[in-house]
Design a protein around this ligand. Sequence first.
Ligand SMILES: Cc1cc2nc3c(=O)[nH]c(=O)nc-3n(C[C@H](O)[C@H](O)[C@H](O)COP(=O)(O)O)c2cc1C
Length: 351
Amino acid sequence: MSALFSELKVRGTLLRNRLVMSPMCMYSSTEGFVSQWHLVHYPSRAVGGTGLIILEATAVEERGRISPLDLGIYRDEHVEGLRELVGLCKSFGAKVGIQLAHAGRKAESYPPWERERVEVRGSRDAIAPSPVPFGKNWLTPKEMTREDIEIVKESYREAVKRATEAGFDLIEIHAAHGYLLHEFLSPVTNRRKDEYGGSFENRVRLLLEVVRIAREELPESTPLSVRISAVDYVKGGWSLEESVELAKLLKAEGVDLIDCSSGRIAQEESFSEYPGHQVPFAERIRREAGVKTIAVGMIKTYEQAEEILSNGRADLVAVGREFLRDPYLPLRWAKGAGLEIDVPRQYIRAW
Ligand SMILES: Cc1cc2nc3c(=O)[nH]c(=O)nc-3n(C[C@H](O)[C@H](O)[C@H](O)COP(=O)(O)O)c2cc1C
């Protein structure tokens, strides 16, 4: 009996297996619209047997894009392309989520491949909890006013409504990797003196408000996930203990999954990546907050995924770069392990 290739029901969404395609920016969009690239890239992973595909960081506000090539959900016109994409992936048996994101102080106004060439990185429109740049040679973001906070919250509301219209099976709020919501959580980036800064209760306020809005707008049957950076690898930064406390609060607000990543809050952080390096975060949050978790980060083999799930260290396993190397990763892993799973009938002669 394979743990990875067993079903999981989260609210009304039944996943055919526990393998998640981790959200990964494709920088293939013009003005936020779904392109032909997306229409090939994501459905290929659905054909490949993925249980849940989470679309890349998709901007809820134009000034919240990581780059001008990000997918967007800040206009009603974006819904049509997203609906087509979701429909295609679902027709091949995968469930589809979308990661709703705001880049905050890490918004940039040029494509990622120009990063090396620009003298000063960032965007003149970038907003953040406090006017602290990401690092050396970065523009200083504008400190958010109360009006900006309200605009961001309403942008999330509209984005959730549009995602529901497009037919997504799950919504993930991006509160990791040094983007806007993480910037509110972390003392490294949040120096505010009002009720959105200072104490733990104040720093988590915006994320909890966004989650409350999402739950208000989502059908009861749609699961909600939040991706966090479980630790900042910076002195005085966000800690794993805070992540556990946050996870308890999120669970109480109706969050179903905590997707446990880490870091990326500041240039000076230091950490090393190795197989499963973030799994202990998913394990501890799952155990101490009693909430389902997604483990991610250099999970590269079927055996590793089985170990994580069978030992109750996480409920789902997300894979990033291996999915860029092989769209048919789930089918390949199943074949390697000698498992019988549903293979598209067009490919049966290869199995
Ligand atoms: C090309 C690329 C784009 C990424 N974009 C996102 C993103 O949009 N949102 C996000 O939360 N993480 C993003 N990530 C991080 C991945 O989701 C994943 O957490 C990370 O790559 C670690 O998993 P892996 O070792 O299996 O690749 C990106 C990673 C890559 C390689």
